[in-house]
Design a protein around this ligand. Sequence first.
Ligand SMILES: [Zn+2]
Length: 462
Amino acid sequence: MQLLHRVARSERVPNIYAAQVLTAQGWRHSVRLILESGRIAAVHAGVAPEPGDDRHEIIVPALGNLHSHAFQRGMAGLAEIAGDSADSFWSWRDVMYRFALRMNPDQFQAIAAQAYVEMLEAGFGRVGEFHYLHHDCDGQRYADIGELAGRVAAAADATGLGLCLLPVFYAHSSFGGAPPGHAQRRFINNLDSYHALLERCRQLTANLPAAVVGVAPHSLRATTKDELLAVAQMAGTRPVHIHIAEQTGEVDECLAWSGSRPVAWLLENAPVGENWCLVHATHVDSAEIAGIAAAGAVVGLCPVTEANLGDGVFPLSELLARRGRFGVGTDSNVHINLAAELSLLEYSQRLTHRARNVVKRASDSTGRAIMEFALAGGAQALGGSGHLREGAAADFVSLNGQHPALFSRNADALLDAWIFASAGNLVDCVWVAGRKLVTGGVHVAREQIRGKFQAALQELCS
Ligand SMILES: [Zn+2]
C-alpha cells in the first residue's frame, strides 16, 4: 500500500487507445497515447489500435483540485444544523475546530486517504493540500515537525493522487497580529519553525512523482505583513496559496484594520504573480478583479463548499471579461464530486445574472469552456501539466461511454452531459503519472482505505 508509486515505476504500462480524446489541440479521434516514465511520450491521432493497447472510448485530461483540507472529509455532514445564533461560517468553524482538535496522526491519515480515493474516483488527478494541522492535540510539537505533513504525503503515496503540498503558516487569530486562540493551538508556527516544517515537507515528498511543495500563508487574519512577505519569499517561484475575502465579516475587519479591502491590500502589499492562488476571493470589487487578472494569479473557487458555507458568489463573468484565470477545489470535502463543482459554478452565475451559459470561450460549449479554464488554472496553481499533450504528465480519465447519459453524445456534448446531465458518476478509469489507479469507477485500494476510514470515524465520533 505505502509503495504504490514505487511499484508503479517498475511496472510496464500499456499504451492507451481511445475513440475520442480531448487534447491540447481539441478533440481527436482514433488516438493512441504512448506512455513512457509516467509521461505522454506521443499522441498519434487517426490510427488503428495495436495489440496490447488498453482500449477505451473517451479520454479527457484529469483536473487539478486546487484546494483541499483533507481531514475535513471526516466531518462531512456534521455541521448541517442551525446553532443558537444566526448560523454562519463561524459556527461551522467551531464544529471543525472541535473535530480537528481530537484527531491523532493515524486517524488523520486514514481520513486523508479516503478523501484522496474519492477525488481520484471523481476524476481529479492532483490535489493542492492546504495543510494546517501541524501539532499534537495539546498544541505541543511532535518530535518530527512534519509528522502530520508526512501523513498527507503517505495518503498521496497510498492512493497515487498527485500532490502539491501547501504547508500553512498560521500565527494569529485576527488582523494586526492578534495572539492566537486556544482552539488554534494545533496550527501555530513562528517563521523559524515554519521554515523547518517547509524543509521537512520537501524531504517527505521527495519520492512522490511530480510532487510540489508550495507555501500557504493562511489568510490576512493569521499573518502579519512581515510574516506574509517572509513566507512568500520562502516559496521562490513555487506556488503561494492564501485564503482571501471569503466572508463579508473578513472584508469588514480588514477595512477597519487597514482601510483597504483584503484583495486590494494584498495586491498593494505583496508580490502577487502567476504563482499565486487567491482561494475564494469571493468578495471583490471591479478594481480588485482587474488587479488579480493583471497579476496573472489564479482565483481558487470552491463552489460546493462556498455554497455549503453560505459564503456568496464570486463575480466570475467579470474576471473572465478581463481574461482572468480560475480553477476549482473541493475545500471542505463535504461532497467530493468534480461534475458538481463545475455545474454549481456555472449555475450560481446563471442564478445571479438570470442568464444561461455564462462561462464562455469562443465557440466551445459551456462544459468545455469550464473544463478548459479549470484545467489551465488548476495546473498553474498546482505546478501540474493540465492539458493532454506530448511531454505532459500521463494524468487522464476515461469516461464510461456505455452510461445512458453519454448515449449519442460526441465531443463537447460529452463534457456537457458529464457536468450538467449526470450524477457525476461517469468516470471509468483514472491514470496518474501513467499508473492506472481507478478501474470501472473503483480505486485499486478502495476497500482497505475504506476500512481504515471507518475505524477512524468510529473512534472520533464515539
Ligand atoms: Zn480552505
